[in-house]
Design a protein around this ligand. Structure first.
Ligand code: GTP
Ligand code: MG
Length: 321
């Protein structure tokens, strides 16, 4: 068989071709967001058992068979360099904020801003939306709004300040209100359809707030493991959108008081290691002097840590003097 034919054959395989997967199991997998062999290949035995109720042995066979059926594993450094060349940087409008971020918010990655109420997380989400639409006239952006804080009026102000056609801008923003954490997870898993089935050129995905529903729904120590497991799955879905389609993903997160901390900053972000780990860039936002905001880059793969100071204005954000 020639190589092209082998590839064709691989693409034709579906979930039902896996050992132990009949129509009922395939349906369970589909409804849990496992649409192709790749998603099974990269999942864990525990996840598959939870989703389908099959035995451990069957789950293991499914994963191994999915892995065997596809080319997985290593890429050369050149492959990765070529992919890195596709990375774009989305400007915030504040020169010092952009510099802090190495030129702007990166595509193909998740950037998390966490900070107290009023620190500017939602404003940044609105601003990035307008800037993404400005940089690419064919672009669409997606805004998953969990706290009902998306404001078209605010988009209008930013768009007008940027000299853009407000109706065009608003019509290229797809807003979904997420009513609970399951709904939020489902929305994130549907974004792939927007891109691959509806052909939308999604350049930015905002999830504001990433953690509020999870925080409100899972209260008390006993539920923490379940919450983290769900958050983990959600972060995976977001990371997949980012890397498979070179989308800039921006998520917001709250902070909570750390009562046992006497030195340094007495706050910590929600979602613990799961969120921290899955976010490529992490920014801590806080209120500064005279109405300014301070952004501190605390985690980035190839940038030095640092701080910048900006102001939120009617038409955008600007460096603070
Ligand atoms: P939570 O979602 O409550 O955690 O806060 P957040 O971090 O999302 O805060 P948000 O981005 O909503 O910031 C609100 C702040 O932005 C306000 O307190 C104002 O300082 C500023 N802001 C919002 N709209 C305007 C505006 O039209 N003009 C100006 N100058 N500032 C604004
Ligand atoms: Mg907000």
């Amino acid at each position: 068989m020639t190589e092209a034919k082998v590839v064709l054959k691989m693409e034709k395989l579906t979930l039902m071709d896996l050992p132990g997967v009949g129509a009922a199991t395939a349906e369970k997998l589909e409804s849990a967001g496992y649409h192709d062999l790749m998603s099974v290949a990269v999942s864990s035995v525990g996840e598959l058992i939870e989703v389908t109720g099959v035995s451990e042995a069957v789950a293991r066979k499914m994963i191994n068979s999915a892995r065997d059926s596809m080319k997985m594993g290593f890429e050369t450094g050149m492959d990765i360099l070529r992919r890195r060349e596709l990375v774009t940087k989305l400007s915030t409008g504040s020169a010092s904020f952009d510099t802090l971020m190495g030129g702007g918010f990166e595509s193909g990655a998740i950037t998390e801003c966490f900070g107290e109420f009023g620190s500017g997380k939602t404003q940044i989400g609105h601003l990035l939306t307008v800037n993404a639409l400005k940089e690419d006239s064919t672009a669409t952006t997606v805004y998953i709004d969990t706290e009902n804080t998306f404001r078209p009026e605010r988009i209008k102000q930013f768009a007008e300040a940027a000299g853009m056609d407000v109706e065009d801008v608003l019509s290229r923003i797809m807003v979904a209100r997420a009513y609970n954490s399951d709904h939020q997870m489902l929305l994130a898993e549907k974004i792939e359809d927007l891109i691959s089935k509806q052909g939308k050129n999604v350049r930015l995905l905002v999830v504001d707030s990433l953690t509020a529903h999870f925080r409100a729904e899972f209260i008390g120590r006993g539920t923490l493991a379940e919450r983290q497991q769900k958050l983990n799955r959600h972060m995976h879905a977001l990371a997949k959108v980012a890397s498979a389609y070179n989308v800039c993903v921006y998520v917001t997160n709250q902070v909570m008081a750390k009562p046992d901390q006497f030195f340094g900053d007495p706050t910590t972000s929600i979602g613990g290691h799961i969120v921290a780990h899955a976010s490529t860039f992490r920014i801590y936002l806080r209120k500064g002097k005279k109405g300014t905001r301070v952004a501190k880059l605390i985690d980035a793969p190839n940038l030095p840590d640092g701080e910048c100071c900006f102001e939120v204005l009617e038409g955008g954000i600007k460096d603070a003097n």
